[in-house]
Design a protein around this ligand. Structure first.
Ligand SMILES: [Zn+2]
Ligand SMILES: [Zn+2]
Length: 140
């Protein structure tokens, strides 16, 4: 994973924990993982997460109250990010789509709505869980 010199030690540790996780982590899970690194209070985790979200390195998944490291932190050209969350294995696929963005953009325009944050979260089954026979090669 790329090093981010602008991060504090705590922020870097939280980002690393999320980067190594295969599935989204709650703030309390992150706290447990980082106890050996000197984390003692949820607030330390929340502060680091706030900053990491501000920097676009981490996303919060509202529907499951958990956090993921951004899948492509250096190319967030899109405002609208979508997540497909597998309810069986817990893996998350992050993507953005120009078509969705365009349609939403027209709606926003027509309704004079001022969006501050737009996140699309789908929950369901990933390809590997929906059909275990197409197996371990999916995701990774
Ligand atoms: Zn992202
Ligand atoms: Zn799955």
């Amino acid at each position: 994973m790329t090093a981010h010199p602008e991060l504090t030690r705590n922020q870097a540790l939280v980002l690393k924990a999320l980067g190594q996780a295969e599935i989204p982590l709650s703030a309390y899970t992150i706290l447990d993982l980082l106890r050996d690194d000197g984390f003692r209070a949820p607030l330390q985790v929340y502060r680091a997460l706030d900053k990491l979200q501000e920097l676009g390195l981490v996303h919060r998944l509202e529907s499951i109250s958990a956090f993921v490291a951004c899948a492509h932190p250096h190319c967030h050209a899109h405002e609208i990010i979508a997540f497909a969350i597998c309810r069986t294995c817990g893996r998350v696929n992050e993507f953005s789509d120009a078509g969705i963005e365009e349609r939403l953009g027209r709606w926003i325009e027509a309704h004079k709505f001022e969006p501050e944050k737009t996140t699309i979260e789908m929950s369901g089954l990933c390809a590997a869980c929906a059909d275990p026979s197409n197996g371990a090669s999916v995701g990774a």
